[in-house]
Ligand binder design. Structure first.
Ligand code: ADP
Length: 423
């Protein structure tokens, strides 16, 4: 058990884990992210650990099993509060996995109440009267209705959450949040008395999240996107500091691997190509019938001579119509798995070619790449854009600096800006 550990976090995907870790670092916590549930005790003295699972789109039963494993390990390390982190666009289906995992964690912790809010105002995710906005539009008009794996067609989070859980779902609305800690605690007491087990919380600004934070002190389980994290370190007496984000100096070659088909990533791929930097598309259909290995070898042969001149991009990123066509041909899961597997092999091959600064775009894609690279632990460093920090994985020749960009995060020039930030 480490002396300093305060917060034990369970994230349902890899980019989400980094996003949460990033917010904790910015609020003054030293943070390590582990890839999966570690098999040995925590080595570093840190304030928070984020256990990154890849449980967003697996079966609910499997997601529960993995999350409970993570909980057990975090409790053994001495975590004082548990934080279940999901996507700021509440990525899930009526089967889950946000509801079922929340319920299982509540049962395991013996608690009858928790909150649920994906609000992350720095990234344009706000919750108002229970409705989730992404930027200026409702969730179901944001492009998320076309997500390959978790299409979100309803912006009302009370309704979305209620469809996934047997516990009664309620709302702590903006008027209550505006009044601060005492009012929020009072509202929680009222909801509890009404038999509500999970309360969606409105938040439209960082001030809202800072007002919410103190009311969560002592709550055994918090479930949220990454935004709520900014209000928690203060509960443990921690303040923002430069030291929290310090990483070793970066070395080696640079590359970008993108398997996200989100709107923002499509724009980032277009922007990178417009700079004239080398970019190569992988067509999912070309990976069928055992052709994946050959395609990966071709990609690496293409990249090898180019890397010395600066970053290259390898992508499967495509517009929604093209994704739909491929999914109709291959099946949704099969198309996703084929592409993830190929891009992970590409990432592995690129590191073999000397890449030590790697940008990966896409939550599922990041999970696959990190697993292929055999990365077990990441120290969290400085932020590139809201929700996306550089990380460092220790290893040979100084290890690898890697950033895991969730689909809709990052400005258009993210794929070039990231390397500038690191330099
Ligand atoms: P995001 O963070 O944008 O949601 P993810 O990597 O989590 O991105 O999810 C994108 C999914 O779509 C992955 O399973 C990926 O393999 C799959 N995919 C990527 N490119 C294509 C494509 N061109 N056609 C069909 N599926 C694709």
């Amino acid at each position: 058990m480490t002396k300093t550990l305060k917060l034990g976090c369970i994230a349902d995907d890899f980019t989400g884990a980094t996003d949460l870790a990033n917010n904790l670092v910015r609020s003054g916590m030293r943070v390590v992210q582990t890839i999966g549930v570690p098999t040995s005790p925590l080595a570093a003295d840190v304030h928070a650990v984020v256990v990154a699972l890849k449980s967003r789109t697996i079966s609910a039963a499997e997601a529960i099993a993995q999350s409970l494993d993570a909980l057990k390990w975090l409790q053994a390390q001495g975590a004082q509060q548990i934080y279940f982190k999901y996507c700021s666009t509440f990525d899930s289906t009526p089967e889950g996995n946000i509801g079922p995992v929340t319920e299982a964690l509540m049962d395991a912790l013996g608690t009858d109440f928790t909150i649920a809010t994906p609000a992350f105002p720095d990234n344009g995710r706000t919750v108002f009267k229970g409705y989730l906005f992404a930027g200026n539009v409702l969730l179901n008009e944001s492009g998320m209705q076309n997500h390959p794996l978790t299409p979100m067609t309803d912006a009302n989070l009370v309704r979305v959450m209620q469809a996934q859980t047997k516990r009664k779902v309620g709302l702590i609305d903006y008027k209550t949040v505006a009044q601060g800690e005492a009012a929020i605690r009072e509202r929680i007491a009222t909801l509890r008395a009404e038999g509500v087990g999970v309360a969606v919380v409105d938040a439209t600004s960082n001030e809202d999240l800072h007002r919410l934070g103190p009311a969560l002190k002592g709550m055994p389980l918090v479930t949220a996107g990454s935004g709520v994290a900014i209000g928690l370190p203060a509960n443990f007496g921690l303040k923002p500091s430069e030291q929290a984000s310090h990483l070793p100096a970066a070395t080696g070659l640079q590359a970008v691997v993108s398997g996200s088909c989100s709107l923002a990533t499509n724009a980032q791929v277009a922007h990178f190509k417009a700079t004239g930097r080398p970019a190569l598309a992988i067509a999912p259909a070309s990976l069928m019938r055992g052709q994946s290995d050959a395609v990966v070898q071709q990609v690496l042969a293409w990249a090898a001579p180019l890397l010395k001149d600066g970053p290259v991009l390898v992508y499967s990123t495509a517009e929604p119509e093209a994704v739909k066509a491929v999914q109709a041909q291959l099946g949704v899961a099969e198309a996703g798995a084929l592409v993830e597997h190929a891009l992970a092999a590409v990432a592995h091959g690129l590191v073999g070619l000397g890449v030590q600064q790697l940008v990966v775009a896409g939550g599922e894609t990041s999970g696959a790449c990190v697993q292929a690279l055999g990365i077990a632990q990441l120290q969290i460093g400085p932020q590139i854009d809201p929700g996306v920090p550089w990380c460092h994985a220790p290893g040979d020749h100084g290890g690898v600096h890697i950033t895991l960009k969730s689909g809709n995060f990052g400005t258009e020039d993210f794929f070039t800006k990231a390397f500038t930030v690191l330099a």
